[in-house]
Design a protein around this ligand. Structure first.
Ligand code: TYD
Length: 137
């Protein structure tokens, strides 16, 4: 079973400028504990819809609410934990073996995901029963 505490908030550098606005940066090895091979972002999520609903066998991800907010429900097969992401300078590291659901997107919110590998459907687990059988013990 994967330890839920291995999924943690990573605080990124915030360069504040009262006149011109803020800037946040995520650098491989400095802030992000994996080699970044892919970035994608989720946006225009209609009210009441959720994303995710799967686990990864090997992928590591950092989810960053670059605009707005959303909730992430993390599930290791035995316990669940909810994390609200609502600061663009904070990302949530999600390790392999965690079933995750993204919910409660605020209007206009954008979730950026930095990922440790290229897209590979074969390393997804999309069936909750299969997930429980592999990781829930
Ligand atoms: P999925 O990972 O299931 O999205 P979410 O977890 O946000 O609900 O992906 C949705 C669809 O997009 C699915 O058909 C696979 C495709 N996809 C790609 O082609 N490349 C990618 O990098 C990602 C993340 C998804």
């Amino acid at each position: 079973m994967t330890n839920l505490n291995d999924c943690k908030i990573i605080t990124l550098k915030k360069i504040a400028d009262k006149t011109r606005g803020n800037l946040t940066v995520a650098e491989q090895a400095i802030d992000v504990p994996f080699e970044i091979k892919r970035a994608y972002w989720i946006y225009d999520v209609p009210g009441g819809e959720s994303r995710g609903g799967h686990a990864h066998k090997s992928l590591r991800q950092l989810l960053i609410p670059v605009s707005g907010s959303f909730k992430v429900v993390l599930d290791n097969g035995a316990e669940k934990k909810e994390v609200l992401l609502n600061h663009p300078w904070e990302g949530l590291l999600i390790v392999p073996g965690i079933w995750r659901t993204l919910e409660d997107f605020s209007s206009g919110s954008v979730c950026m995901c930095l990922a440790s590998d290229h897209y590979d459907e074969s390393e997804y687990i999309r069936d909750y029963g299969e997930f429980k059988a592999i990781y829930g013990k």
